[in-house]
Design a protein around this ligand. Sequence first.
Ligand code: HEM
Length: 151
Amino acid sequence: MTNALFAFMHHVAAFALVTTLAFELVLMRDTLTLSSARKLMVVDMIYGISAGVVLVIGFARVVYYEKGATYYFHSVPFIAKLSLFALIGLVSIYPTLEFLSWRKILKQDRIPTPSLSKVKLIRTIIHLELTGVVLILLCAALMARGIGTFG
Ligand code: HEM
């Protein structure tokens, strides 16, 4: 029962993460407004929380609730999945820092004015993150079925 609960929480957090990324992309599509900039800050915070939950629950499943840590650390798709997750985390630092830098401006009810190139870069990063998640899903399906396990 507990492993089903952890599997459920893992999926909910992963879906929340994808939803926040898609939402960020939509909010970054048009010219920023006070409302969209504020939403971006909140959505990015939810993204961070979802990523944290995915990671903690994921590790709990690795160690306690599924096939055991030895199995996963001998699985190429698991190692690839973890590496992709770390990469996504790394590239997401840039948008997060940008959104956080708007805090002061938004408190003064002013609209942030990031350059067009910055906006483009952030949109590219979010696209890359979403692509990474698709690859993670492939890795998840392979690792769960013992494909690419060694030793
Ligand atoms: C955005 C990130 C992630 C997504 C979208 C994701 C998605 C998934 C999906 C869809 C499954 C079910 C696979 C299946 O049964 O076919 C799964 C299983 C699992 N995930 Fe993740 N995951 C993510 C991150 C992580 C991380 C960071 C860890 C570990 C630290 C992790 C550990 C696990 C484990 C242990 C399973 C169970 C596999 C099994 O049944 O043997 N996941 N994940």
